[in-house]
Design a protein around this ligand. Structure first.
Ligand code: 5RP
Length: 259
């Protein structure tokens, strides 16, 4: 791995803890104006100091994030589908030239293992890895789950391993029972998505379970920006991820900040 790749990876996985709290705000690329992200700039601004990186599309980056920001950017480069039709047929939506121009720290795309778009999205991953290796950009593969797939360790483990075999530098997946087996079988760092909004304490418990099963962090969206106190929630998640806080302690931090 060359210096540029290592440098960019170290902006995401914090060298002090080896872990990361990524803030995912890319939902609009297939969901449109997601609840909590109607005005992305207003949602993102107060959370930026607490996010190790921001995962989003180039449209939101250019229009809603100040160019002075110091927060590393993880740019979504896949899309082309909407919630109104089959999601699995994503293609690449951003050129590497534009990723370079936007000065991003990593690129990310979804793979749909087991769905109609399996072949196209896996080949897109391989293409993105070629770009990434050429220009020194880490690639985060997102294991999107087709509607007929079960989010269990067998399926997610298969998808994560394939992503790593195709050269992804990090993989984002969902937490599930047996997550430690997915960690064992995936030779690159894993981060977990938050999933649908659940009560704050449950989301913190999920983050704690994932970290303790070997995840290197979270790439969380709705459980932060749809919280009744997004700033308190992201700081509590940081406590779990970076400071090994117990769930009770982290939940109390969220409540204290919420006031
Ligand atoms: C969609 C994504 C989202 O960024 C991901 O689902 C994370 O957000 P959340 O924590 O809300 O699930 O990658 O494919």
């Amino acid at each position: 791995m060359d210096w540029g790749m290592k440098n960019r990876l170290s902006r995401i996985l914090q060298p002090e803890s080896g872990r990361t709290v990524m803030l995912a705000v890319d939902h609009g690329y297939f969901l449109g104006p997601t609840s909590g992200l109607e005005k992305p700039g207003e949602t993102i601004a107060p959370l930026l100091p607490y996010a190790d990186s921001l995962m989003l599309t180039r449209g939101v980056l250019r229009n809603c994030v100040p160019p002075e920001t110091k927060t590393p950017i993880v740019l979504r480069i896949s899309g082309g589908t909407s919630i109104l039709k089959d999601l699995s047929g994503e293609g690449l939506t951003v050129s590497m030239d534009d990723a370079v121009r936007l000065n991003v720290s990593a690129i990310t795309l979804s793979i749909f293992v087991g769905a109609d778009g399996e072949r196209e999205t896996l080949l897109s991953l391989a293409e993105a890895v070629d770009w990434g290796e050429t220009y020194g950009f880490p690639v985060l593969a997102v294991t999107a789950v087709g509607k007929d797939m079960v989010r269990d360790a067998r399926y997610l483990g298969l998808a994560c391993r394939i992503a790593a075999e195709l050269g992804a530098h990090m993989v984002k997946t969902y937490f599930c029972d047996g997550f430690e087996n997915i960690v064992r079988d995936t030779p690159v760092p894993l981060v977990v998505a938050g999933g649908k909004k659940v009560p704050e304490k449950d989301a913190l418990q999920m983050a704690w379970n994932a970290i303790n099963a070997g995840a290197r962090g979270v790439d969380m969206g709705r459980n932060i920006f749809q919280s009744d106190c997004p700033s308190g929630m992201i700081q509590a998640v940081r406590g779990v991820v970076h400071n090994n806080m117990a769930v009770k302690e982290a939940f109390q931090l969220y409540r204290d900040i919420k006031g």
